[in-house]
Design a protein around this ligand. Structure first.
Ligand SMILES: [Fe+2]
Length: 545
């Protein structure tokens, strides 16, 4: 089977776009390129940045909470960002300079047994974001952490290191979340997620949305505050994206979920723009400014997430990565957005065509595909878990023989899906568990070796987690519930309400609990379990628990 060509890099796209354009439009590209250079090509050393005294910060700078992420057996990344007035430009701090931030990590909540402490500088250049990669920690242990600036102390966060690579832990429990449009409702799901007993949270994309948010916060219908007009247009510039993260991170429910558990994050489309593909914007916008926009969005993402990755260089940010829960689970966290071919047939729901079925089409890019296949071959884990973005399994939206499919999901990239399944076959992967977001509903699906043949082998399972808030309250059985479940016999569950999904893995089975909240367009929703499924190790296929 032919392999896809590597995607041209956005840097190259930008140069090519500039070469194609006439002189008048070239000015636009030149200014876009200048913006880009300003946005991303910044030095990584700040030794000469002037440092100002913490006492100049007269309001609590910890309005965005704290977070931890990407735990390893001996290390975890601690994050915060200083913003005394989060919804003002610059967060209420000087537009240049830096300030010293202390951090400590302890065995106990009262910080009597501090394991490590230190200080770093938060820089205006990075919107006063702080990433501390604390190492020298014990494996599979809970820790507490906090930051200080002068007399100000942050809230205390809880985190947990991963088990040692050589161990096969009895059990692990984690959650999958996605899609949190602020303007669609409250983050009630996170309030409840914070109370769960979890080792980690996986966020599979749409952490922020780019759309305009009105003064009342959309469907949150605030009466006690007025959001700034700067939020009431689509995000384009670095300042726009930074302000968007400030709004989200200021939410108390989101803060509770971050401070309760370490997170592993990956993005989908809305962190930049709906349904973009690599360097190609959603509609027919000029590609050069889009690449500058994407670079700004990636940078703001990096600034605001507890990532171990170095700061973005150029226009790209390598986000796909592999982590382990000892030998119980290997997690291949994918990025199906940054390297994909453009959606076929003009995107949306379309009948498959030679265009969508072109064997060269890629969703992961050739480099990530090779990395994924190699990782499966080397895996010694009981479970191979793949947190990723868009629906992997076939999803027909009519019971007719020939049916339209989503061109943005793996259904629009069938050759790429076939290569993925071939890699699973060739590696002898026994327990494949895909974790998906994007669609704002929950599904439980068996992954068939050949979706055209309902009798074909089940090679794994796909747990599609619903949205945290996107699309509002939702309903248990959306209008297409009966059609979708009849049209797709491998679909074992479909629920249209908001929430999150917890996964509990041991050596014998994996269990998914679909947690749904009663409502989100007003505060105070309650949580319950809509359904639970299990799949047995060595015998893939979902069964009601
Ligand atoms: Fe979404």
């Amino acid at each position: 089977m032919p392999r896809p060509a590597e995607r041209p890099s956005p840097d190259r796209l930008l140069r090519e776009a500039a070469a194609r354009l006439d002189r008048r439009r070239f000015l636009t590209v030149t200014s876009a390129a200048a913006t880009l250079a300003f946005t991303v090509n910044l030095p990584s050393a700040h030794a000469d940045t002037p440092e100002f005294a913490p006492r100049l910060i007269t309001d609590d700078p910890f309005t965005l909470g704290v977070a931890s992420g990407d735990p390893l057996p001996d290390a975890v990344v601690l994050w915060t960002r200083l913003a005394p007035r989060p919804l003002e430009p610059g967060g209420g701090l000087p537009p240049a300079g830096s300030v010293r931030v202390g951090w400590e990590i302890a065995r106990d909540e009262r910080f009597r047994r501090v394991e490590r402490r230190g200080s770093v500088r938060a820089h205006a250049e990075f919107n006063y974001a702080v990433h501390v990669d604390v190492d020298g920690l014990d494996a599979a242990r809970g820790y507490f952490y906090r930051f200080t600036v002068g007399a100000w102390a942050s809230p205390v966060g809880r985190t947990r290191t991963a088990p040692a690579r050589t161990r096969r832990p009895e059990r692990t429990r984690f959650a999958v979340v996605s899609c949190q449009a602020y303007e669609d409702g409250y983050f009630t799901a996170y309030r409840h997620l914070a109370d769960e007993d979890l080792d980690a949270v996986f966020h599979v994309g749409d952490y922020v949305y780019e759309y305009a948010i009105d003064a009342a916060g959309g469907d949150r219908k605030y009466t006690d505050r007025v959001l700034p007009a700067a939020l009431d247009h689509e995000t384009v510039t670095l300042e726009d994206y930074r302000l968007r993260y400030s709004l989200y991170k200021n939410d108390p429910d989101l803060q509770a979920a971050h401070s309760a558990h370490p997170w592993y994050v990956t993005w989908d489309d809305h962190e930049v723009e709906n349904n973009y593909a690599a360097g190609i914007p959603e509609k027919n916008q000029d590609p050069a400014p889009f690449v500058a926009r994407r670079a700004a969005a990636y940078r703001a993402y990096w600034e605001n997430q507890p990532l171990r990755l170095p700061q973005p260089r150029g226009t790209d940010l390598t986000l796909y990565r592999r982590v382990h829960c000892g030998q119980l689970a290997q997690f291949d966290i994918l990025d199906t957005r940054q390297y994909r071919d453009d959606q076929a047939n003009g995107d949306g729901w379309q009948y498959p065509t030679p265009e969508s079925q072109d064997p060269r089409r890629t969703l992961m890019g050739a480099t990530q595909e090779r990395w994924f296949a190699e990782g499966l071959r080397r895996s010694r884990a009981t479970w191979n878990v793949v947190p990723q973005q868009v629906v992997f399994s076939r999803r027909k939206n009519t019971t007719a023989e020939r049916s339209k499919l989503s061109m943005d999901a793996w259904d629009g990239y069938p050759a790429a899906r076939e290569r993925f399944l071939k890699a699973v076959d060739e590696a002898g992967t026994k327990n494949l568990l895909l974790l998906t977001g994007d669609v704002h509903v929950a599904y439980a699906m068996d992954v068939k070796r050949d979706f055209d043949d309902p009798g074909s082998r089940t090679v794994g399972v796909e747990i599609v987690g619903t949205s945290v808030s996107s699309d509002g309250d939702g309903e248990e059985k959306p209008s297409n519930w009966a059609t979708l479940t009849a049209a797709n016999p491998h679909m074992k569950f479909y629920d249209g309400r908001r929430g999150y999904t917890t996964l509990t893995l041991d050596r014998h089975r994996a269990r998914a609990d679909y947690r749904t909240v009663s409502h989100i367009t007003r505060p105070g929703g309650t949580v319950s379990t809509a359904a639970s499924f299990v799949t047995e190790a060595g015998n893939p296929g979902l069964h009601p628990a």
